[in-house]
Design a protein around this ligand. Sequence first.
Ligand SMILES: C[S@@+](CC[C@H](N)C(=O)[O-])C[C@H]1O[C@@H](n2cnc3c(N)ncnc32)[C@H](O)[C@@H]1O
Length: 213
Amino acid sequence: MFFNEQLETYIQTHSQPEDPILQELSRETYLKMLHPRMLSGHIQGQLLEMISKMMQPLNILELGTYTGYSAICLAKGLHPKGRLITIDVNDEVESIAQKYFEKSGLAHQIEMRIGDALELIDDINETLDLVFIDASKSDYLGYYQKVLPKVRQGGVIIADNVLWSGKVVETKIRDNDYFTKGILAFNEFVQKDDSVHNFILPMRDGMMMMQKK
Ligand SMILES: C[S@@+](CC[C@H](N)C(=O)[O-])C[C@H]1O[C@@H](n2cnc3c(N)ncnc32)[C@H](O)[C@@H]1O
């Protein structure tokens, strides 16, 4: 959902201020990295943090770390004995993410794994309370199908970018547009899947919120 600049500012100034560590992470990401708009950012980060704080999860899995913004937001709500595993295929993001995990004081609860999320999900033996899907858009359905059996009853899965800048309602999709096709296949599958309660939260690029029944 897109708000004009004035409303964006109003939303930001009537919400819990952004953690200074996350502000710094955001600034460094915008200065040094490609595609900085990929990071969750202030308000989406607040949502992830609040959901995590309400759940106090023991085990969180994140697919798609990037520079670690959402991982830190999610880890803020972990149970004191909880852990977050975050996976990214790009080893170039590791040093910046690790630096901010340390700065946030949460590094002891966060483990970053480098590799293809679809493959590395197989190594997850923990029972998951909360999952954030934000890696390759063409693999969303595969992530969901692999992760769902590992999620406890009542556990929550959140998938980002499920409106894909509005492309989900375009009538013509190019044959090689694997990201849009991936998001469409995922959204259709989840909508028909009776094992979760789901809805699309119209925040930013759309977030599919799912709770396992
Ligand atoms: C949208 S960014 C993640 C943003 C991050 N969750 C945040 O909110 O700050 C997507 C990330 O997924 C990673 N990625 C893409 N394909 C992947 C794959 N097959 N396996 C694991 N990570 C992947 C990219 O390298 C990128 O860092």
